[in-house]
Design a protein around this ligand. Structure first.
Ligand SMILES: [Zn+2]
Length: 303
């Protein structure tokens, strides 16, 4: 039975390097953000991390060949209807698949996607760094597969710094919009609260919460902890030393360009924000996130 290991959290929380480290484990495949496969990846002709357009990539072309019966426009419409954070309460309440045809149809198609990925790659566990809570609740009840969730949390000030200063081209072919500290951190609140709702719904035997800062402090140990959740191999199969992972050729969809790296990848803390961030942005991010910062153990005062 395919397993989906789903990474929740706010974008710019270090999920790219985290997914790379997990994808280096035997039997694990880091697929990137699978939620955007139909739209915008396929509708826009975006490239895979290997550099090829997705329909020409050696992995995804095989996956898509097994899905050639799927009406891509229909799947994209279902995706747009269901994967929406405003639908989160309805997704959390929903118990009768037949009463929401788009959700039932979308789950059926996405179950086939993960099955095809495991068949083509020979890996049992698909690491999906889609992050969004609404899509997590789609994945949680896919017919014929098991889902596990890791909620990756990062200091909101670090996220706000990244959203303000770093630019890259997204899967839709346009530059991912930059956000100010308040805007970036309101979304940090929303996505972390949504992730917590998913974790409560999935239960502690299917989910865990991990701080980015704890992952980069002891990456091997953190990967061991996640691998144990899904009953996977120990992290020693992925690491060449305490913080260097041997990343395989990447075929991750969408996300940060750092996903294209392969070979030795050193997991280390990115703390540029602590010296580069404007004091006003740090104050605004702390003010907007303070209730959750306290809960996740981030001090309000910084050096
Ligand atoms: Zn590829």
């Amino acid at each position: 039975m395919p397993q989906v290991l789903y990474v929740l959290g706010r974008g710019r929380s270090g999920s790219t390097v985290f997914a790379q480290a997990l994808g280096a484990l035997d039997g694990f495949f880091s697929a990137g953000e699978v939620r955007v496969l139909w739209d915008p990846v396929l509708t826009n002709g975006s490239a895979c991390a290997c550099g090829q357009p997705v329909p020409d990539c050696p992995i995804w072309s095989e996956v898509l060949a097994r899905l050639d019966h799927v009406d891509q426009d229909q799947a994209a419409r279902w995706q747009r209807e269901v994967v929406n954070e405003f639908r989160l309460p309805r997704l959390l309440r929903h118990r009768a698949p037949g009463r929401w045809p788009a959700l039932a149809g979308y789950r059926r198609v996405m179950a086939q996607v993960y099955t095809a990925i495991t068949e083509v790659t020979g890996c049992r566990t698909v690491v999906d760094s889609s992050k969004r809570p609404s899509y997590a609740l789609v994945v949680r009840h896919l017919p014929g597969s098991e889902a596990y969730f890791v909620h990756l949390v990062r200091d909101p000030r670090a996220c706000a710094y990244s959203w303000r200063t770093r630019r890259h081209t997204g899967a839709s072919g346009t530059v991912v919009r930059q956000h100010g500290a308040v805007d970036a951190t309101l979304r940090w609140d929303l996505l972390n609260l949504g992730a917590e709702a998913v974790l409560r719904s999935a239960g502690s035997d299917r989910s865990l919460q991990l701080r980015y800062e704890d992952f980069v402090a002891a990456p091997r140990q953190a990967v061991d902890q996640v691998a144990a959740l899904v009953d996977g191999p120990p992290a020693s199969t992925a690491f060449v030393d305490e913080r260097t992972v041997r990343a395989p050729a990447s075929h991750a969809l969408a996300g940060n360009p750092a996903r294209q790296r392969s070979g030795p990848v050193v997991v280390q803390a990115d703390e540029q924000w602590s010296s580069g961030q404007r004091a006003v942005d740090r104050w605004l991010a702390s003010a907007v996130a303070s209730p959750l910062m306290w809960r996740y153990g981030y001090p309000l005062r910084t050096r």
